[in-house]
Ligand binder design. Structure first.
Ligand SMILES: C[S@@+](CC[C@H](N)C(=O)[O-])C[C@H]1O[C@@H](n2cnc3c(N)ncnc32)[C@H](O)[C@@H]1O
Length: 324
C-alpha cells in the first residue's frame, strides 16, 4: 500500500474514533489528540480539523441527538487550543463554539453508539451518573460489553424470546434488537423515571410491539416479580448488565433468578447471562455464593470481544452464564 493510501486510511480511522468517542461522550483525555497535533504540525492546514468538525459537532446526528452542551463546549475548546498555535483560525470552529456558548446547560443529553453494520443506537441519558435515586439513567460499561459480546455471538439471540432485567437506558437490548434478530425482546426495570426514559429510547430507535422483533417495556421489580408474571413474559433467554452493585440488590436478584430457573425439568431451561463490572469483589463474590446456595451454578464466559464501542477497557468486567 502506498504511503499516501496508508495515511488516508489512518486519517479515516482516527476520524471514526473521534466520531464514536464524541457521540458516546467519552472522557476527553481518551481521544487521539496527538494525531491532531501531528497533523497540524506536518500539514500546516486546518483541513483535518474541518473534517473532524463534520464528523462531530457539524454531523447531522448532532443536530438530532446532541451530546451535552458542556461536553461539546469542552470538546471545541480542546480543538481550538490545538488549532490556534499552528494555523489560521477556522470560522466554522468558532461558529460551533459560539452556538454552544449561547446554549443552556441541561440535565439530560443524547449519547449515540455506532453499530458495526451502520447506523447508531441513540439514547436519551442523564448527564449525572446517579440522579433521582437511580443508576438506571445512563449506560454503564457492562451494558456496552454485553452488547459487544452479543454482536460477536448473534446466534445466541437469533429467533429467541429475550427478557432483559434492569435494562436502564436500554443500550444492550436495543443493540440486540437491531443486530441479532431475536424473535421478541422484553426490556424491564422497576424505577418509574427509568421506565419512562426506557420507553422513550425504545421508541427513538424505531422499536415497538409492531416491529420485528416485537419490543415491549415491562415494569418488573425483582423483589415482587411473580412466577405468573415470568410465565406471561415466557422468555427463553434472560440477560442483565450491571445489576450486581449492592449486596441488598443481589439478594432480590438471586431470588428472581431462582424463580426463572425453577421451571419443571421437563421444560427447556432459559439461558441466563449476567454481565457485571466487579467494583467490589466482596459484593460480587457474595452474589456468586448466594447463587451457589440457591443451587445455581455458573460458567465464566472467557475470550476477547470485538471492540465496537468506546469505553474503559481496563474495567474489570465478567460475563457469566447460569445453569441449575
Ligand atoms: C447500574 S444500572 C444498569 C442499567 C443498564 N443495565 C446498564 O448496564 O447500563 C442498574 C439497573 O437495575 C435496576 N434495578 C435495581 N434494582 C431493581 C429491582 N429490584 N428490580 C428491577 N430493576 C432493578 C435499576 O433501576 C437500574 O436501571
Amino acid at each position: 500500500m502506498a504511503l499516501s493510501e496508508q495515511k488516508t486510511m489512518k486519517t479515516a480511522d482516527i476520524l471514526s474514533e473521534f466520531r464514536a468517542s464524541f457521540f458516546a461522550m467519552s472522557r476527553l483525555a481518551s481521544l487521539p489528540w496527538t494525531f491532531v497535533e501531528d497533523d497540524l504540525l506536518s500539514n500546516e492546514s486546518s483541513e483535518f480539523i474541518s473534517a473532524l468538525l463534520k464528523q462531530t459537532c457539524l454531523h447531522p446526528l448532532c443536530r438530532r441527538f446532541p451530546p451535552s452542551v458542556r461536553f461539546r463546549r469542552m470538546f471545541l475548546s480542546e480543538l481550538i487550543r490545538r488549532e490556534a498555535a499552528d494555523c489560521d483560525p477556522l470560522d466554522e470552529l468558532y461558529d460551533a463554539l459560539a452556538e454552544v456558548l449561547g446554549a443552556e446547560e441541561e440535565t439530560e443529553c443524547y449519547k449515540s453508539y455506532f453499530l458495526p453494520g451502520g447506523g447508531a443506537v441513540s439514547l436519551l441519558e442523564n448527564v449525572a451518573l446517579i440522579s433521582e435515586g437511580t443508576t438506571g439513567l445512563v449506560t454503564w460499561e457492562a451494558a456496552l460489553y454485553l452488547a459487544e459480546w452479543a454482536l460477536d455471538h448473534r446466534q445466541v439471540f437469533a429467533g429467541r424470546s429475550v427478557l432483559e432485567l434492569g435494562s436502564g437506558a436500554g443500550l444492550t437490548g436495543i443493540t440486540i434488537c437491531r443486530s441479532c434478530r431475536p424473535h421478541s425482546f422484553v426490556f424491564s426495570d422497576c424505577h418509574s423515571t427509568v421506565l419512562q426514559k426506557l420507553r422513550e429510547n425504545v421508541r427513538l430507535n424505531a422499536l415497538s410491539e409492531q416491529t420485528s422483533p416485537a419490543a415491549r417495556v415491562h415494569e418488573l421489580d425483582w423483589t415482587t416479580a411473580t412466577e405468573d408474571q415470568l410465565a406471561e413474559i415466557g422468555a427463553d433467554t434472560v440477560i442483565a448488565a450491571d445489576v450486581v452493585y449492592d449486596p441488598e440488590v443481589a439478594v432480590s436478584l438471586v431470588k428472581l433468578l431462582s424463580k426463572i430457573l425453577s421451571r419443571p425439568s421437563t421444560q427447556v431451561q432459559p439461558e441466563i447471562l449476567i454481565c457485571s463490572t466487579v467494583r467490589n469483589p466482596e459484593t460480587y463474590g457474595g452474589f456468586k455464593q448466594q447463587l451457589e446456595n440457591a443451587g445455581i451454578h455458573h460458567e465464566v464466559m472467557t475470550g476477547a470481544v470485538s471492540s465496537v464501542f468506546p469505553y474503559n477497557r481496563l474495567a474489570a468486567i465478567e460475563l457469566i452464564k447460569l445453569y441449575r
